[in-house]
Design a binder for this molecule. Sequence first.
Ligand code: ADP
Ligand code: NI
Length: 221
Amino acid sequence: MALSSNQQTLINRCIEFVKSELSDGEKGHDWWHIKRVWQTAKLIAQKEPVDQLIVELAALLHDIADSKFHAGDEEIGPSKAAKFLSSINVQADIIEHVVQIIRHISFKGGNHLSEFSSPELAVVQDADRLDAMGAIGIARAFHYGGFKNRLLFHPDIKPNLRMTKEEYKKSDAPTINHFYEKLLLLKDRMNTPTGKALAVKRHAFMVQFLEEFDQEWNSVI
Ligand code: ADP
Ligand code: NI
């Protein structure tokens, strides 16, 4: 369903806010990541019974202050988003829902049970996960690894699939490990039929990339 012109104004204010907040951050979580997630979320939402305004606001605000870049503080993002939304007079129940989505969107090792779910979270989470997959996902993973000065790969450091949320957040393993610890798991964790369908091609491309990487590495070392 299309947004009313008042709702569209809220979205435009939100876009300006997000662009200015993220202007000097890590480039895998920049405005372009937000824009891709927002567009993909709108696409998925067309087929789902969701509140369009909540989906769009949550997609735009989901990485407004990622705990990875704020000393692990998981409340700074939700509280920044809430403050902004109330400054533009968004209804309290909408703010509460958007904040819950921001709190619960992240993967964090995938071994903990989430205590919140909603159709709107399902849509935005799928859109965010899709941006971690495929060619863009590969580019983002190595960019993040470079930002953290991680190794590309190390033959003796094996992926760890049993990490707790705390271990996952602290991990400084090589970037290739992140594919086995997270990125290859995403395909089977998509929430919506559209998300699942879009994930298939992106997953296959990552598998092909890893095979090629392995072959090249083993042909010289
Ligand atoms: P989370 O894993 O907490 O849900 P994000 O969804 O914000 O974190 O991660 C987004 C992207 O950041 C990942 O898909 C990946 O591209 C990059 N990233 C995060 N952690 C790592 C890591 N340990 N190694 C490589 N890339 C990473
Ligand atoms: Ni994101």
